[in-house]
Design a protein around this ligand. Structure first.
Ligand code: NAD
Length: 428
């Protein structure tokens, strides 16, 4: 197979698909699977390069959410089982206490203009600051955000020590309103580069936004009574389960574990991002930007958890999250992909700030439910049903048999493809 395909990007989607079919010797089933999206095909073709088909994710809706007093259905696109169930469960736990309250810093992104070869960085910094208004005005001349009430609001300068020596970095603080803002900020960074070069006397190098969006933080809080943390109190199999106070204290202990150990914190935060990314994917937001921002923020004082848990004065579990949310309700792919737009309609949120609050609440709900399960029955019990159904499908179970084969494997404690095949024989 030769991967050199001159002009591949100039072909239309069906030609590209034919080329790949031929080179990779794909059968008809694989072609149908790649080309299944029909009407959406043209849209996705325009979103990326060298497109040959599309991949569908399950689009789910997480229930039970009350965010700042409003009931919401949260669209989530994710291929991992239990993520949506955990989000819905976390929201249910928070509901009796009024759900989630949120607040955000405002939609501020940072653009960076890096200047190399500056002979006196400290003096150059002063010269840039003296021309801050002029730089902001040039940035705002681009017009993309000003017409929506946003724009460059501040110019700051850092002198950064790097392995290649000191470098001067000019930051544009930009109110991006309801956009994610990367394109808009990048345009501004490129526009101001000549003024920055003139002010510093150096060589402008990189001109691009920072994904450490620490001026765009979103926070959510909720509280849960200990009694609500007891899983299935009426289930006789859980009669010897933990009481609410113990579950609450162990959740705080689990948070402390993440606060003290980056090996644990990485998984703790991965769980949060399971939900955050699922909402981002559903609404065609840039989940890589959210990921980069969240982990960079988590690492600001040594890598730690994005959530905190403590016992309140009244004995309730008090849960909090804080993370940067660089996501928009307009622009980018959100504006183009019909399913992304429809998911936004399901959520019913218009301002990026409000969206950021939902993102924070969702991440907290996911984390709360995961920790509750981890400190109590463990997470495999919840995972197993859906996992077993996937194993049954992989083993070739017809749709009508999937649930039965899965249930039997779970009951037997033998969730594996070989057992699924045997059960399909017996039950089929
Ligand atoms: P964009 O280029 O579509 O700009 C936003 C558009 O929305 C502008 O044209 C603006 O005029 C318009 N708009 C309409 N109503 C608005 C409102 N109320 N508030 C703000 N703008 C409004 O998109 P963007 O948000 O600038 O950039 C997002 C895209 O950039 C994403 O697709 C992302 O993947 C991509 N990107 C990301 C990075 C990164 O994260 N490092 C780098 C480059 C590009």
């Amino acid at each position: 197979m030769n991967s050199r395909i001159p002009g591949f990007y100039t072909e239309d989607r069906s030609e590209r698909l034919s080329t790949v079919v031929e080179r990779c010797d794909l059968d008809a089933e694989a072609v149908d699977a790649l080309d299944a999206d029909g009407a959406v095909g043209e849209t996705v073709d325009g979103l990326s390069e060298n497109v040959v088909g599309s991949v569908s994710y399950p689009l789910s809706v997480a229930t039970n959410f009350v965010v700042d007093g409003e009931d919401l259905l949260v669209p989530m696109a994710v291929e991992e089982s239990s993520v949506v169930a955990a989000a819905s469960k976390g929201a249910l736990l928070a509901r009796p206490g009024g759900g989630f309250t949120t607040d955000t810093d405002g939609p501020y992104m940072i653009g960076q203009v890096q200047v190399a070869d500056v002979s006196d960085p400290t003096a150059a910094r002063q010269r840039v600051l003296a021309r801050a208004d002029e730089i902001a005005a040039v940035a705002n001349d681009q017009g993309v955000l000003v017409s929506h009430g946003g724009g460059c609001e501040d110019v700051t300068v850092r002198v950064v020590d790097t392995p290649a020596g000191e470098t001067v970095v000019v930051h544009l603080l930009v109110d991006v309103r309801d956009a994610m803002g990367a394109n808009a900020v990048n345009t501004m960074c490129e526009a101001v580069a000549p003024v920055v070069a003139d002010a510093t006397g150096g060589r402008v190098s990189l001109r691009v936004l920072s994904n450490l969006a620490d001026c765009r933080l979103a926070r959510a809080r909720c509280r849960v009574e200990p009694a609500a943390l007891v899983e299935d109190e009426d289930d006789p199999e859980r009669a010897d389960g933990l009481d609410g106070e113990t579950v609450r204290d162990r959740i705080v202990e689990a948070w402390a574990f993440a606060a003290g150990d980056p090996y644990r914190a990485a998984t703790h935060n991965k769980g949060i991002m399971n939900a955050v990314d699922a909402l981002a994917v559903a609404t065609c937001n840039d989940w890589r930007a959210l990921e980069a921002g969240a982990h960079a923020y988590a690492a600001r004082e040594g890598y730690g958890p994005l959530t905190t848990y403590e016992v309140g004065a009244d004995g309730d579990l008090v849960c909090r999250i804080e993370l940067p949310v660089q996501a928009g309700t307009v622009g980018g792919a959100t504006a183009v992909h019909p399913a992304g737009r429809a998911a936004m309609e399901v959520l019913g949120v218009e301002a990026a700030d409000e969206f950021a609050g939902v993102v924070a609440a969702l991440g907290l709900a996911e984390n709360l439910a995961s920790l509750r399960a981890l400190v109590d029955e463990g997470i495999q019990a919840g995972h197993m049903k859906l996992h077993a159904e996937n194993v049954a499908r992989q083993a070739g179970a017809p749709a009508g048999l999937v649930a039965e084969v899965a249930a039997r494997m779970v009951a037997e404690g033998a969730v594996r493809e070989s057992r699924a095949r045997e059960l399909i024989e017996v039950l089929g």
